[in-house]
Design a binder for this molecule. Structure first.
Ligand SMILES: NC(=O)c1ccc[n+]([C@@H]2O[C@H](COP(=O)([O-])OP(=O)(O)OC[C@H]3O[C@@H](n4cnc5c(N)ncnc54)[C@H](O)[C@@H]3O)[C@@H](O)[C@H]2O)c1
Length: 296
């Protein structure tokens, strides 16, 4: 069996991108969200994505065809009635996801495979609510899916590998480079590497061991990387690293508190949110780390 009809549940930042990507690669896509207002907001996102895809793939006609092919529904049973695969991108809130999978398990056809795009939660947290744990796994995408085209395929202990195989194949057919994890891992591959790396850099800075530009320079010269951890934090934006450190600080972690306080007073309170605001650890659009002299 290969998939034909795909339903995307939740049409916010990531759901809309996944839906558009899937339609752009020729699948029959239904977009589900909680009400008509949310679906109207999705349609506006799709209009913007039509230009983004048209430009990125240099094929406006194909992008417009994808836009026109999308179907919408705010009735879950109707949205999933033909679905071979559902990709869930509802908010990152446990209760919302539990509720969603409980409802979905009742109305989806038996054939339907369920995949979650959750960034921080594990399939095993929801498997029992789906009513079909063997057909449930994570398929995780990165923001700006058309160019950051990796997807991570991660089952829980009860996922039947044949469905993970199908989902991995599907990911390839929509232009993704899939990575199959052999077991559950919070943060998948990328964030398991990236989060401790960025935390270490912020610790060196907050503990006044070295300044951000020296830390980046050291990393870039030593490894040949085109960007260091602080250049990377600018790309991510300060809000997410601040929230992560602040949550740990509230649980009593003194190093996280040092980092959160410094991010807030030296960057966030001054409107230095990174690339998006024009300044973070560097100034944009021409950050000094991209200049040839930076590594001298
Ligand atoms: N934003 C990112 O960069 C990113 C990257 C990778 C993965 N994710 C994951 O994708 C998921 C969605 O994140 P997002 O950033 O797109 O969120 P978002 O807030 O932009 O969108 C969530 C959408 O879900 C809808 N929704 C709310 N309750 C619902 C319900 N009960 N049923 C169906 N839809 C419902 C909302 O109306 C909204 O359209 C999360 O699990 C998140 O971890 C996000």
């Amino acid at each position: 069996m290969s998939f034909k009809h795909i339903t995307i549940a939740g049409s916010g930042v990531l759901g809309s991108q996944i839906a558009f990507q899937t339609a752009f690669f020729g699948y029959d896509v239904t977009v589900y969200d909680i009400n008509d207002k949310a679906l109207a907001a999705a349609k506006e996102r799709f209009e913007k994505l039509t230009s983004v895809y048209g430009e990125y793939f240099n094929d406006q006609a194909r992008a417009e065809k994808a836009f026109a092919s999308l179907s919408y529904s705010s009735d879950l049973a109707d949205a999933v009635k033909d679905a071979d695969l559902i990709i869930e991108a509802v908010p990152e809130v446990v209760d919302i996801k539990v509720n969603f999978y409980t409802q979905l398990g009742k109305v989806a056809p038996e054939k339907t495979v369920f995949a979650s795009n959750s960034s921080t939660m594990l399939p095993s947290q929801f498997a029992e609510y789906t009513g079909r744990p063997e057909k449930f796994l994570a398929l995780h995408f990165a923001n700006e899916i058309w160019k950051n085209n990796i997807s991570e395929v991660m089952g829980h202990a009860g996922t039947d590998p044949k469905y993970a195989d199908l989902v991995e194949e599907f990911a390839k057919t929509i232009g993704m480079i899939p990575f199959r994890l052999h077991k559950e891992q919070p943060g998948y591959i990328l964030n398991t590497l990236l989060v401790p790396f960025l935390n270490a850099a912020q610790y060196l800075w907050a503990n006044e061991v070295a300044d951000p530009h020296s830390i980046d320079k050291n990393w870039m010269i030593s490894t040949g990387a085109p960007v260091g951890p602080f250049g990377f934090l600018d790309i991510i934006g300060m809000t997410t690293p601040y929230n992560l450190s602040n949550a740990k600080a509230e649980q009593g972690d003194p190093i996280a508190k040092l980092i959160a306080d410094k991010l807030k007073s030296e960057l966030i309170d001054q409107g230095k949110l990174g690339v998006a605001s024009g300044e973070g650890f560097y100034k944009y659009p021409n950050p000094s780390y991209k200049e040839p002299d930076f590594l001298k």
